[in-house]
Design a protein around this ligand. Structure first.
Ligand SMILES: *[C@@H]1O[C@H](CO)[C@@H](O)[C@H](O)[C@H]1NC(C)=O
Ligand SMILES: *[C@@H]1O[C@H](CO)[C@@H](O)[C@H](O)[C@H]1NC(C)=O
Ligand SMILES: *[C@@H]1O[C@H](CO)[C@@H](O)[C@H](O)[C@H]1NC(C)=O
Ligand SMILES: *[C@@H]1O[C@H](CO)[C@@H](O)[C@H](O)[C@H]1NC(C)=O
Ligand SMILES: *[C@@H]1O[C@H](CO)[C@@H](O)[C@H](O)[C@H]1NC(C)=O
Ligand SMILES: *[C@@H]1O[C@H](CO)[C@@H](O)[C@H](O)[C@H]1NC(C)=O
Ligand SMILES: *[C@@H]1O[C@H](CO)[C@@H](O)[C@H](O)[C@H]1NC(C)=O
Length: 408
């Protein structure tokens, strides 16, 4: 049946005519329901169109023969397939999708080096993936898999990379140099808290949205073109030793429960805002020695004992620092930068507030709330930090609004 759907247009390349065939699939998509169907494609060197492995195909499908599929290769909602292989496939012109194939344990395509897009989602029994390795791919999303490593990928430049809910993935180490859209990491590793990330060659990235990682090493990172957000990570220490600027976005650290040290020794300018909130062990904010200008708002909330931004001389938005501890010495320094209407030199152009002894410092981000006295008699008691553990979704809403107001 399948062969009838193929319109082989044999191209005279070399002597093996069958191996030189370009097969155009009428209707654009062919569905493989059995190994016999797969074998029917074996004489095609190039398959023009997409190949879909049907829901009932398997348990083993060998697609050897074609070196290229110009469209997609998809396995979707197949509860039978266990192994998928091809000894010849080098290029997938479209998407390589493996979605909801929960018996799939092995993918072996040792020549595959190029695909436009990878989407692997809900392949919860996968044990081994062998690719070329894949080194040419724009967009990658790997979610809800049992992959233990990503050795099948050898990325140089990539647009989007999203890794989430891969429960056995404990390490991601890549030579990637640029990331032209988004890197999103969330809930990987055992219990969603185990991913170690090493990107030694990453020089610039547009958006970084980094959650639930145990380490995030970016020694070469020089520019974040958009924003870098770090939420609910498990690292104690974070450093961006070579980062000099965010060209159009924010830097934020929210709810990184173990963070004690965040250092940005070369960072001079943040085009958007700076938000450091609810990192309850971060008692000294001193890691921004060269930070001069902030294009958005500054929101610093936590259990700080000291906040230092010694080079700061230009804040376009509001400046709001509040701690559960006494940061009055730090506030004295920032007071001098306040808007002229508030008695300062005007380096800070939006509203200005700096408060100590605020028991709500980790949960309340309403800049108008005064820290001292707000909590009847408990003002000076740092042991009240536990109050900061209460979930307050308003934190995120308010941060969003501040960022928006500044963007106007
Ligand atoms: C996943 O695939 C299985 C097997 O085909 C199917 O029974 C199930 O409904 C699919 N799940 C979803 C969410 O589509
Ligand atoms: C950091 O930046 C400097 C100056 O641009 C460069 O010479 C150095 O190689 C960079 N370090 C890393 C680890 O990339
Ligand atoms: C990001 O910034 C780097 C360094 O300035 C630049 O070379 C690159 O083209 C920028 N990329 C995007 C997508 O803006
Ligand atoms: C993972 O990160 C997200 C977003 O930052 C957060 O909501 C979630 O609680 C974190 N998960 C764990 C296990 O910490
Ligand atoms: C503050 O972070 C802790 C984890 O350290 C989290 O449980 C709590 O929900 C966060 N509070 C807010 C207001 O986000
Ligand atoms: C913080 O981290 C930086 C860079 O990794 C390091 O040089 C510094 O000694 C650390 N500071 C503390 C107090 O641990
Ligand atoms: C903060 O509380 C401590 C201890 O109660 C007190 O000594 C200090 O004066 C307070 N600081 C401010 C700025 O209110």
């Amino acid at each position: 049946m399948l062969v009838k759907n193929l319109l082989p247009a044999f191209v005279a390349i070399g002597s093996a005519a069958a191996q030189s065939g370009t097969c155009s699939i009428s209707g654009g998509t062919t569905t493989i329901n059995s190994q016999a169907d797969a074998t029917g494609l074996a004489s095609c060197k190039t398959v023009r169109g997409s190949v879909v492995i049907g829901r009932n195909a398997g348990p083993s499908i060998d697609l050897s023969g074609p070196g290229e599929i110009t469209g997609d290769l998809k396995v979707v909602d197949n509860g039978i397939i266990e192994t998928l292989q091809s000894s010849d496939l080098a290029t997938i012109g479209g998407k390589f999708q493996l979605k909801n194939a929960t018996k799939l344990t092995s993918v072996n395509m040792a020549k595959l080096t190029s695909a436009k897009e990878i989407e692997w989602d809900t392949i919860t029994n996968i044990e081994s993936v062998t690719l070329g390795p894949l080194n040419k791919v724009d967009d990658i999303r790997i979610s809800i898999t049992s992959l233990r490593n990503l050795d099948a990928l050898d990325l140089g430049n990539v647009a989007n990379l999203k890794l989430d809910n891969n429960a056995r993935l404990s390490k991601f180490s890549s030579n990637m140099r640029t990331l032209s859209k988004n890197l999103v990491l969330a809930s990987n590793g055992i219990g969603g808290i185990g991913l170690e990330v090493e990107l030694p060659n990453l020089v610039w990235a547009v958006e970084l949205d980094i959650n639930n990682v145990t380490t995030f090493s970016v020694p070469s990172l020089k520019t974040v073109n958009g924003s870098a957000r770090f939420g609910s990570n498990f690292f104690q220490s974070f450093s961006a030793p070579n980062l000099t600027t965010t060209a159009s976005g924010d830097i934020s650290f929210i709810g990184n429960a173990k963070l004690t040290n965040a250092t940005f020794p070369k960072l001079e300018a943040i085009a958007g805002g700076l938000t450091i909130a609810n990192n309850t062990l971060l008692d000294e904010l001193t890691g921004f020695p060269k930070l001069k200008s902030i294009g958005g708002a500054v929101l610093l909330r936590g259990n700080f004992e000291s906040v230092e931004l010694p080079a700061l001389d230009d804040v376009k938005g509001t400046f709001d620092a509040s701690s559960s501890a006494d940061i009055s010495k730090s506030c004295e320094v920032f007071d001098k930068l306040a808007p002229q209407g508030q008695g300062g030199n005007g380096a800070i152009q939006g509203g200005y507030d700096c408060t100590s002894n605020n028991t709500q410092a980790n949960e309340d981000t309403d800049g108008s709330t005064s820290g001292d006295g707000g909590n009847g008699g408990n003002g000076g008691d740092k042991d009240n930090g536990a109050a900061g553990l209460a979930l307050n979704t308003a934190l995120f809403a308010v941060i969003g609004l501040v960022g928006f107001a500044v963007a106007l």
